[in-house]
Design a protein around this ligand. Structure first.
Ligand code: MN
Length: 194
């Protein structure tokens, strides 16, 4: 059994970029729902119950379990882990991560170029999913989109930054204007501020 991670900040801490109502529903209902549904599946598998969701997703391809349960773990466990990281990277007390910042600049030329590329991937992604900055097996940073709640952990990648582009993440405040949501998300990432 796992529990929903508490937010390290108040629901209104990300105003005006992400409103308190969206944060409350997103964390207490959507994220809680993934936790509850994940627990229902792993209830059947004692060997998975003392592992973190992140560990289970990292080793998902080695699991020999019912394919429907495996897919449920990908969907629900991904929903748990992806939101865990999402809340963490938007923590208003985060400090600039100069190592990450320099690496981003080295890989994508400038911070603005990185944001532009990430924004383009996020704008073009069709349907639900997450946009990722990851470190691959060759220690190289990459930007890509994954559908649904799929996790880079299951591809052997280390997730660094991520943006939730499911409509539940922005619809109340931004409606269909995903690009406004994306542009208003950057100020929340204190770790890559110069
Ligand atoms: Mn979400």
């Amino acid at each position: 059994m796992i529990e929903l991670n508490k937010l390290n900040y108040n629901y209104d801490a990300l105003e005006p970029y992400i409103d308190a109502t969206t944060m409350t529903i997103h964390h207490d209902k959507h994220h809680q729902g993934y936790v509850d549904n994940y627990n229902k599946v792993i209830n059947k598998y004692p060997e998975l119950q003392d592992k973190t969701v992140e560990e289970v997703l990292t080793n998902i391809n080695t699991l020999t379990i019912d394919p429907a349960d495996k897919q449920a773990i990908i969907n629900q466990g991904g929903g748990v882990a992806n939101h865990n990281l999402f809340w963490q990277i938007m923590d208003p007390t985060n400090q600039t991560d100069t190592v990450l910042l320099e690496e981003i600049k080295k890989t994508f030329d400038t911070l603005e170029d990185f944001k532009q590329k990430f924004t383009e991937v996020a704008t073009k992604h069709f349907g639900s999913g997450w946009i990722w900055l990851i470190r691959n097996q060759n220690n190289v940073l990459e930007i890509y989109a994954l559908p649904n709640q799929d996790s880079p952990l299951s591809l052997g990648h280390q997730p660094l930054l991520t943006l939730d582009v499911w409509e539940h993440a922005y619809y109340l405040k931004y409606q269909n204007k995903r690009v406004d949501y994306i542009n208003n998300w950057w100020p929340l990432l204190k770790q890559i501020q110069e």
